[in-house]
Structure formats: structure tokens, C-alpha cells
Design a protein around this ligand. Structure first.
Ligand SMILES: [Zn+2]
Length: 441
């Protein structure tokens, strides 16, 4: 199995262009809480790859909202169903309908979550790139750390990111509105608006029963049966626009000195977020971000909980010095972004993956380590994507069913042999029946 970055994730979303003259992009998978950095990003930015820390930290933080958690809930349910189908524990037809339902819900989530997140990124990056003091500080600090990095290249990379993020269509108009909010009311109000927009009250009722009644998928933006039920608000873009209005109203009334926690509560009240009623009990009176017990989502929650305090991270950076942009970027992904894993290219060209060292050996589920749970989820996710692609007869329709971790390894993923060899063999045996079921699901 060849491996291409960013890895093929049916439900990831691309971060902004890193360069205007290449198509180099990083990709975030909210469902796997992973970041994929293609070699072209490295090539395009050369030693200044660390500037990608801005979008990486931004995207990682927003993955922790209810919208990001909903990704993980659907991904986990989809993976569990696929595993049951492979093992013969689940009737194929019923399992296939559930998988299709989760897949459609994830696609709808990706569309809305990606739109709002990219719009916020665009506003944030364009604002940052024009802040001369910040760019000076960053370029000086980073060039000092990296030693061999040209300061001019760093400035250019920041400017390019600021220009290139989130252009086009629906993202551009929303991004312009968020940018205006930043200009008028500052970073605190902007951050609050982004958090609330992506953090509707989360209900996990019905997660095991996705809307799958109709094979014909209605329009993505219709309030039809395939909207993700785990979100109280179906359309995150519409919610984002209402949040913008509410923040502007509140800020105009009360001035910019309102404590951010108060603004947060005011905005939620203004857009009608319920304090209780109709929600899963654990979500009452708060968002997912403050109600971590609402859902058992170790792949998402554990890295955020385990990342070091900012001060500790800074000290760590000082002591290590991060001699390369890639090391800097990965440190930011784990320490500030809270990602569970990064897929990247080794020096010399081989692909690789690294599970967050802050949680890799923690026991998170049935005493399995975080690294083992993440790797199993990654393998299942990739196999499920291959099976769905085959069923759709779309891109990758004849894709080999190989171990995706072996494709990332210099030899095999388990050392002497593939750690998932038995699983892969079973999937290959069952593939025709699974694909048939999914094609008619
Ligand atoms: Zn393997």
C-alpha cells in the first residue's frame, strides 16, 4: 500500500494553503484527533514549517468543542459497527445501514465544521499577519531557535498563510465577518465567538441509531433526516452567523470591557442555547468543553487533558531548542493543539506517525495504552474508508486492503510482522460481502 499525505480521510478537512504556488496543505482529522503534514508543506516552507503552528493550534483547540466531539462520537460508532460486521457479530444489512448513516452524518458535520473553522482561521491568520509586532516577535524568536532559518522566509510564510487561508465562496464571506469582529472588538471577543459557534449543546441521544431510513441522501443543507442528531444545532454556519450578531450586539451595548466569561454566557443566552431540557443529562448547564464526562472520548479528551501547562511547555521548548521547523510544529501540535497523533515524513523521505508522547503510554481503555487505542482506531478508520470507497466505486475503488500502519513503517508496523495481520486477512476474506452490503446500504 502506497501512502500519500495528507492521508485519505473521508471526514478530515484541509488547513489553509501554506504557499500560493503549491498545493501544500496540512490536514486535520477531527475524528481521529490527528494532524497530517504532507512533504510538500515541508518543501514549500523549507525551514519555516513552524509557522504552521498558528493554524494547527487553532484547529486543535476547536476540535475540542461539541462539533469536534460529535465527529469522534460518530467515528467511534462507525468503527465499532465496521468491526462487528467484520467479525460477523452484526447482521450485514443492518450494520451497513448504520455505517451509511454515520458516514452521512460525518460528511454533513465536516461540511459545516470545516466551513466555520476555516473561516475563523482566515480571520485569525490575516489579522495575525498584519500585526507587525507579533510577526517581529515570532520571526526573531523562531530564527534564533532554529539557527539556520532565514528570517525573511518566516515573514513571507506568515504573510502567505494570512493571504491564502479560507478563500472562496461561503468561507470567504463568513471569514470577512469574523475578521471585522476581530478588528472591532479584539481577540477575546473573537475567540469567544468561535468557541460558542462550534460548541452547541451536545446530545448523545440517538448516536447508536443514526438516521438511515432513506438511501437517497437529501441535500446536505436541508434539515433532512441525515443531519447529525448529536448536535442540537444542525447548521453550524447559521449558528456562527447568529453568534457574530450576538457578540456585536453585546459588545456595542456593554463595551469591550465585559469579562469574557460573562460575554460567553451572554452570547449563549442571546442565541437561545438551552440551559436544560432536551439534552442528555450530562450536558445540562454547560458545553462539552466544560463537561468532559459527557462522552467517553479518550482519543480526543486525553491529549487535551495531558498537555502541559503553557509555562511548562515554554520551558520545555527553551531547553530543547527545537532545531528544526518540523520539531517545532510537532511540539505545538501536542503541547498547544492537543492532537493525539501527527503523521509526517521522516528526514530522508519515509513516512511515519507519532502518537503524542504526553499520553502514548497512558492506559485509557480496557487498560490498553493510548497509542494502542489510537493505532487501532486509525487502522479501522482506514479500512472502513477503503470499504466505503469500494462500495461507492469512487476514488480508490480498487484500493488494496492493506495495513495503513505498515504503509507508514519502514518495514512492518509490529516490528517483525504486521500487528494487524489477522485483522487484515479477515477483512480481505469478508470484503466482497461487506462491500455488497455497503453498496446497497
Ligand atoms: Zn501493519
Amino acid at each position: 500500500m502506497s501512502f500519500e499525505y495528507p492521508f485519505h480521510d473521508r471526514h478530515g478537512y484541509p488547513l489553509p494553503r501554506a504557499s500560493t504556488d503549491t498545493d501544500a496543505r496540512a490536514e486535520v482529522s477531527p475524528g481521529l484527533n490527528a494532524l497530517s503534514v504532507p512533504p510538500r508543506v515541508h518543501d514549500a516552507l523549507e525551514g519555516a514549517i513552524g509557522v504552521l503552528q498558528f493554524p494547527v493550534v487553532f484547529a486543535g483547540h476547536r476540535s475540542r468543542t461539541a462539533a469536534g466531539a460529535a465527529f469522534r462520537l460518530h467515528k467511534r460508532a462507525l468503527g465499532r459497527t465496521v468491526r462487528a460486521m467484520i467479525d460477523g457479530d452484526d447482521p450485514l444489512e443492518a450494520g451497513a445501514r448504520r455505517v451509511r448513516g454515520h458516514d452521512r452524518a460525518l460528511t454533513a458535520l465536516q461540511d459545516n465544521f470545516g466551513t466555520v473553522t476555516r473561516a475563523g482561521l482566515h480571520a485569525f491568520l490575516s489579522w495575525l499577519a498584519e500585526d507587525e509586532a507579533y510577526v517581529d516577535w515570532y520571526a526573531n524568536t523562531y530564527a534564533g531557535n532554529a539557527g539556520q532559518t532565514d528570517e525573511g522566509a518566516i515573514r513571507e510564510a506568515i504573510e502567505t498563510l494570512g493571504r491564502g487561508a479560507g478563500r472562496g465562496g461561503r468561507v470567504a464571506s463568513l471569514a470577512a465577518d469574523y475578521r471585522a469582529l476581530l478588528d472591532r472588538h479584539g481577540l477575546g471577543a473573537f475567540e469567544t465567538a468561535m468557541d460558542v459557534a462550534l460548541d452547541p449543546p451536545l446530545s448523545i441521544d440517538g448516536i447508536g441509531d443514526p438516521p438511515v431510513e432513506s438511501k437517497a441522501a437529501p441535500g446536505r443543507h436541508s434539515a433532512g433526516a441525515d443531519a447529525p442528531r448529536v448536535l442540537a444545532s444542525r447548521d453550524l454556519r447559521e449558528r456562527a452567523e447568529r453568534v457574530l450578531d450576538a457578540v456585536t450586539d453585546r459588545a456595542n451595548t456593554a463595551g469591550v470591557d465585559v469579562p469574557l466569561a460573562t460575554l460567553h454566557g451572554d452570547v449563549r443566552a442571546a442565541i437561545g442555547d438551552p440551559e436544560d431540557g432536551g439534552l442528555a443529562p450530562a450536558t445540562v448547564a454547560g458545553s462539552w468543553a466544560t463537561q468532559s464526562a459527557v462522552a467517553d472520548l479518550p482519543l480526543l479528551a486525553d491529549p487535551h487533558a495531558a498537555r502541559p501547562f503553557d509555562r511548562a511547555a515554554r520551558d520545555h521548548q527553551d531547553s530543547v531548542g527545537y532545531p528544526t521547523g518540523k520539531a517545532w510544529l510537532m511540539a505545538q501540535a501536542f503541547e498547544a493543539g492537543g492532537f493525539g497523533a501527527v503523521l509526517y515524513r521522516r528526514l530522508g523521505g519515509d513516512p511515519n506517525w507519532l502518537v503524542s508522547p504526553y499520553v502514548a503510554s497512558d492506559a485509557v481503555h480496557d487498560s490498553d495504552s493510548y497509542a494502542a487505542v489510537w493505532e487501532r482506531a486509525f487502522v479501522t478508520d482506514q479500512l472502513a474508508a477503503s470499504l466505503l470507497d469500494r462500495a461507492d466505486d469512487a476514488r480508490g475503488g480498487d484500493r488494496a486492503l492493506d495495513c495503513p500502519l505498515c504503509a507508514l513503517s519502514t518495514d512492518t508496523c509490529g516490528g517483525d510482522a504486521c500487528a494487524f495481520a489477522d485483522r487484515i486477512a479477515t477483512v480481505r476474506d469478508r470484503a466482497p460481502a461487506l462491500v455488497d452490503a455497503l453498496a446497497s446500504g
